[in-house]
Design a protein around this ligand. Sequence first.
Ligand SMILES: [Cu+2]
Length: 417
Amino acid sequence: DLFDSGKLVSEGWIFGNSFNTELATGGVETGAPPFEAGASQRDNDYMHVINLDKAAELFKAGRAEKIKDFSVLSLETIIEEGVLYFIPEPKSPHGVDVTPDGAYIVVSGKLDPHVTIYSFDKIMKTIADKNWEPDQFGVPVLDFDSCVEAQIEVGLGPLHTQFDNQGYAYTSLFLEPSVARWALGGEAGKKNSEPDWTLVGKVPVQYNVGHIAVAEGDTVSPDGKYLVSMNKWAIDRFAPVGPLVPQNFQLVDIDNSGDTMKVIYDMPIGMGEPHYAQIIKADKLKPWDVYPEVGWNPETQSVRLDYARQGKERIERDGKNVDIYMTLVRSHFKPEHVEVNEGDHIRWHITNVERAYDATHGFAVPGYNINVSLEPGEAQTIEFVADEPGVYPFYCSEFCSALHLEMMGYFLVKPAE
Ligand SMILES: [Cu+2]
């Protein structure tokens, strides 16, 4: 989000944005400026440039100390060893994104209407030339002009940047709200006819966009063609159903060059704020149809030792401890009647023994607040104390066949007295 890792020429380095170099903590009660104003007083904050490979070397050489079980390289060590550098950036920026060739680092201005583009080569040269001033903690602050390649005025509220296969970059503009397309420079800039480092066009989006995703846009070989604008607000885009308005994903056609971007589809999203997302080619997905073996535990990605096997379904009692071994297959549970005593400690081992694609079953005992979903081959163990006597129906809670409604049984808990 506010950090990105280098790639190709800049691999082994990471870049991150910061704000509040003022070290403001708010405190209007005692006459201090409110936090958001206090944190925005200076014209510049710092992009962090971190030599991750070097940090890993220092860790291996035993230079880290343990603080609450975390291995930490001290500020003194990373300054001395050249792990951390700062570069001034327009104050309170938002995302930082590395271009597909790894040669440039793009900072989206947020409060500043520009994207600021830093050259990795220039950063390396500035470090080699020791062209820096230390900040109050001794961290080298590299000379801004020696590191910057270009600044482009893209519009109001630039937040995040993505890349395509035509040598274009795309920056979300939260306040306008729109997505700006601009031309990269360097090798990538030769892929389009626009002058390097210039604004090419904009497409309005509905409405305030945060993140954007171009197909494979974070990789060294972006796919282009489509961009998804993840808008935080939809306002008037859909029929109102109450105070809560959905977020809105918009599909943008970016296949043509120049100022030609077009919104082609709206999709309301009801679950949480859309954040970082990746679009990858479907043929890169190699999913399983069913788990590799029956008895699979998806959390450990291995077969459970104590899973319920087909043909070996049973109920075992050892004092007050009861182990139930149950299988699920269309459209019944085995066993169907499970009888225990009030106060028994239950371990209920359940296996969906299906080997058919999408043959998911559920196991619900609403009276005991139990509901699990088991994909084909999956096994789970549920542990609880049968502390309420009664007759509790259990049933399948994932639609599985025409006899789904009949896929049920009874859990009988005999009263202690
Ligand atoms: Cu079922």
